[in-house]
Design a protein around this ligand. Sequence first.
Ligand code: HEM
Length: 400
Amino acid sequence: MSTPTVDLRLLADPALRADPYPLLRQLRAASPLSLMDGMLVVAARHRDCAALLRHPNASSERARSELVPAGLPRGALSFLSLDPPDHTRLRRLVSSAFTPRVVAGLRPRITEVVDALFARIAEQGRADIVADLAYPLPVQIISELLGVPADDHEQFRVWSARLARSLDPQFADPDQQRLDAAAQAREEFERYFGRLIAQRRAHPADDLLSLLVHAESEGDQLTEEELLATCVLLLVAGHETTANLIANAVLALLRQPDQLAALRARPALVEPCVEETLRFDPPVQLTTRIARGPLPVGDTEVPDGGIAVLLIAAANRDPEVFDDPDRFDITRGGTGHLAFAAGIHFCLGAGLARLESAVALDAFAQRVVAPRLATPTVAYKENFNLRGPARLEVEFDAVT
Ligand code: HEM
């Protein structure tokens, strides 16, 4: 354990949004880092984060921690923030919609959506990869899976962004305005889903929403509040993150033209390219766990009720696990990154996110002729946890 030499709050500094990695390297070297009289421990090494994610005393019930600021969005918690047995019960209800077979079956539809997006990009003659590809693809697909009219996405885009922003831990004083905006977004989401749920009760359809409504009507499987929270989770967890993955990958490829050329020459590298982006520039930069009983982190431990902050983005560049970790290399072919976490909360949508990104990147690499960044610097969204470009302007010669 070490005494703090680097300031964790720097993570929230907008000036570091474009490149937090030098700071993350320092935090990793200093980790485990014990703050607030030991009640907050920062884990940034791969082996510490990997062990924490699988530890039975690592609770996801963040709302119960005394260190979490009051006033976080109210409402039932989604299973992302629950422990067993509630977590197990709720996750099981939706996991049938995300099995490898079901996900593989979505490939033709994903390809169709990607083709339509590239047709529009070709017409425009230039692209903002974020607005023209990275966002619309996951929103369209998850909306169809859930059974939410994709035309409504303008409505829920703003609510999602507010909720995503509220996932940034507050190292400084809680920003009440941001918390209020998130609480309001959650209420609007719940009203919106409330109406859709009523419709599905009257007219069930072949979608995830109807499946959940049916489970709720069966009695003891989930309450109406849990049903709402699950819908919001599925809609929000999937699109901000996948959008960042696609944008991060395009950005890395454009900055390392040899990697783009390699992908163009060998289309089979597209899956390794997705994995390398997840390692190199993960869409979810950190997560947290609450200690239920002593929670070991390397040579220290978080006492009962304390918080562990897991810097996934730092663990993914740990030189103990990855050679030359700051190099983006799509031929690495390695797994072992923690971008989707690990253990019982391992991302339920990982297969879907991987497939959507692979189809989008394959089309980008194979069909866009001579793509290049239109601006030398890239503007990032404010979020530092769900981190990604706000815009990614790309010029090209043609789309074939
Ligand atoms: C959980 C990352 C896409 C649904 C998680 C967690 C991470 C993560 C790190 C674990 C958080 C924690 O335990 O603290 C990502 C990334 C994505 C992505 C990087 C895209 C590149 C998706 C998609 C969906 C989804 C497309 C669904 C449509 C979920 C759900 C959970 C989750 C439901 C909660 C799992 C549980 O608590 O058991 N994701 N995710 N995610 N993700 Fe994803």
